[in-house]
Write a protein that binds this ligand. Structure first.
Ligand SMILES: C[S@@+](CC[C@H](N)C(=O)[O-])C[C@H]1O[C@@H](n2cnc3c(N)ncnc32)[C@H](O)[C@@H]1O
Length: 254
């Protein structure tokens, strides 16, 4: 029998409050595979973040903002929600030094309690794939003002290679999360016009080779750079999009 959303939320809360995930293995690979793509991601986000200035902004599954925002990012107000007390507390520590107002709420992103048309922007990192896409996207759409913007950075689960990897490494994920597949994009497309940037296919393969050769050091090398350059080229061709591991989705409320 499939779990109810209430049961899934309890599991999510427990995993994040108790720090139950073990990502030691993937972190080593990421330091190689994502060495250059993290820089590309940062550059893209820096441009997209210009939309946040002077705006009423909501982050769901907070606190990635602390890593995304640069010294020029100044929303009028930032609201942060998370279902986990521990995750929310760690976000509060980051907030202490900021000059713009930041409010924190313990809240389920599948059931936002903000009023309709409250925010100019809703964003999140690695969060939609922990949610009921239909419910959360419905709420995000509802709380956004007309023409409001969304930015999400999410993992994808369309490449058979990643599907196998994920099955073999359940310790890296909460039991009910699901990296996005094409049916999730259809749900988002119903309510938002959006575009995307795809990251990390060849870079993962080349990053793996680089890790085997160099160990957990020397990430800035020609093997990783070659994989990254192949990714930049192939990410421009839509036929290859299902190969990629991560995506930035950015768009506007319909
Ligand atoms: C992969 S982490 C991402 C955290 C942060 N955005 C980042 O990128 O570092 C997923 C986050 O989603 C939160 N989360 C899971 N289910 C949620 C829900 N229903 N509502 C709000 N937050 C949720 C978890 O507590 C956790 O902080």
């Amino acid at each position: 029998m499939s779990k109810t959303r209430k049961e899934i939320n309890e599991t999510e809360k427990d995993y994040w409050n108790e720090g139950k995930l073990d990502r030691t293995k993937i972190k080593k690979l990421r330091r190689h595979a994502f060495f250059y793509s993290y820089k590309r991601e940062k550059k893209i986000l820096n441009t997209l973040l210009e939309d946040f200035n002077g705006q009423n902004v909501l982050e769901i599954g907070s606190y990635v903002w602390a890593a995304w925002f640069n010294e020029n990012t100044k929303p009028e107000k930032l609201s942060c929600i998370n279902i986990s007390e521990v995750e929310l507390e760690s976000g509060k520590k980051h907030a202490a030094t900021k000059s713009f107002p930041i409010e924190h709420y313990l809240m389920d992103a599948n059931d936002l309690t903000f009023k309709d048309e409250t925010f100019d922007v809703v964003f999140g990192g690695a969060i939609l794939h922990h949610l009921d896409i239909e419910k959360s996207i419905g709420h995000i759409h509802r709380v956004l003002k007309p023409g409001g913007k969304v930015i999400f950075l999410e993992p994808l689960n369309m490449n058979p290679f990643y599907k196998i990897y994920r099955k073999m490494n359940p310790q890296e994920r909460t039991p009910d999360e699901h990296a996005l597949v094409s049916s999730d994009f259809k749900i988002i497309r119903d309510k938002f016009t959006f575009d995307h940037y795809f990251f990390d296919f060849f870079s993962v393969i080349f990053g793996f080779i680089s890790l085997k050769i160099f160990g957990d050091k020397n990430y800035d090398n020609w093997i990783n750079k070659f994989g990254y350059n192949l990714d930049v080229f192939f990410s421009k061709i839509s036929f290859f999009h299902p190969l990629f591991a991560r995506v930035i989705i950015y768009g506007s409320k319909k």
